[in-house]
Design a protein around this ligand. Structure first.
Ligand code: CP
Length: 304
């Protein structure tokens, strides 16, 4: 069963394959042979989303899938139905794959026994595997070779599923990962001695990846004013000038302009933020195609 729940289960060979497939999709102007079989995909977003939800939906429609958009508010979740029973129901009525975003870390541990592929669109502070794949594609388009590249992940690291998945994937693929931001928002396991002051991170990185403050996951509010956060931990216009000449800026978005990044840098020459979003559609097409096994899959998980 080709679930995509975390980055940890993906072999580098399969990562390469998915990214190559996504790049072909882009080079081919998002055209993709539409399978003849009728297949249904259910999108279950228990947490808000713009990019992931709609880029999955566009990817699904480009693949000719029939899309079921599940709304928790209008469903039997309101009557207390569990996530397992909801997904089991969708499987029983004919969904061939489910895409799930949920605020609970590792919600998928409750879904053992589900007989259709589950694609994780974000679990709490845990994982966001398709975001890391699209980030990696964006980095590869720029630098081609990942070995020896330095990526600085800066901001609210502890509460960020994007940081967790990216650190795992980037290290797996040979990049060096640095962290910066408020020290109380670092994560010992992820950061593991690679914390540096923000000016060092910005100067040394080939890729500066800024993170949003995850207010919704904080028990206590931020004790800094926005402007103070921006000056101490943000990518300011002054800090951007310290970046290496070929370095780029990423951000998974949504962006808090003027907080973690200066508004004028969001669409600057160095920024690849909107490119990341465009790459997200292609990556999700490649992942859906793999999970549905539209083509022959070898024992290594690679489609031939
Ligand atoms: N990057 C990301 O996951 O954005 P959304 O929350 O809008 O899906």
């Amino acid at each position: 069963m080709n679930h995509l729940l975390t980055i940890d289960t993906l072999e580098p060979e399969l990562v390469d394959h998915l990214l190559q497939r996504a790049q072909h999709v882009i080079d081919d102007n998002f055209n993709f042979p539409v399978p003849k079989e009728k297949r249904f995909v259910a999108n279950l977003f228990y947490e808000p989303s713009t990019r992931t939800k709609f880029s999955f939906e566009i990817a699904e429609k480009r693949l000719g899938l029939h899309v079921l958009n599940f709304e928790a508010e209008g469903s039997s979740v309101q009557k207390g139905e569990s996530l397992y029973d909801t997904v089991r129901t969708l499987e029983a009525i004919g969904a061939n794959v489910v895409v799930i975003r949920h605020n609970q870390d590792q919600y998928f541990n409750e879904l053992k026994g589900i007989g259709i592929p589950i694609l994780n669109a974000g679990d709490g502070c845990g994982n966001h595997p398709t975001q890391s794949l699209l980030d990696l594609l964006t980095i590869r388009q720029e630098f081609i070779v990942l070995q020896g590249l330095t990526v600085a992940i800066i901001g609210d690291v502890r509460h960020s599923r994007v940081a967790r998945s990216n650190a795992s994937l980037l290290r797996k693929m040979g990049a060096n990962v640095l962290f910066s931001g408020p020290e109380q928002w670092m994560d010992d396991e992820m950061e593991n001695g690679y914390y540096v002051p923000i000016d060092t991170a910005v100067k040394e990185a080939d890729v500066v990846m800024m993170l949003r403050i995850q207010h919704e996951r904080h028990r206590n509010g931020m004790d800094l004013m926005k402007e103070e956060y921006h000056q101490r931990y943000g990518l300011t216009v002054e800090r951007e000038k310290m970046m290496k000449s070929q370095s780029i800026i990423l951000h998974p978005a949504p962006v808090n302009r003027g907080v973690e990044i200066a508004s004028e840098l969001v669409e600057s020459d160095r920024s690849r933020i909107f490119k990341q979003m465009n790459n997200g559609v292609a990556v999700r097409m490649a992942v859906l195609n793999w999970s549905l096994q539209f083509e022959e899959v070898g024992s290594n998980g690679i489609i031939t």
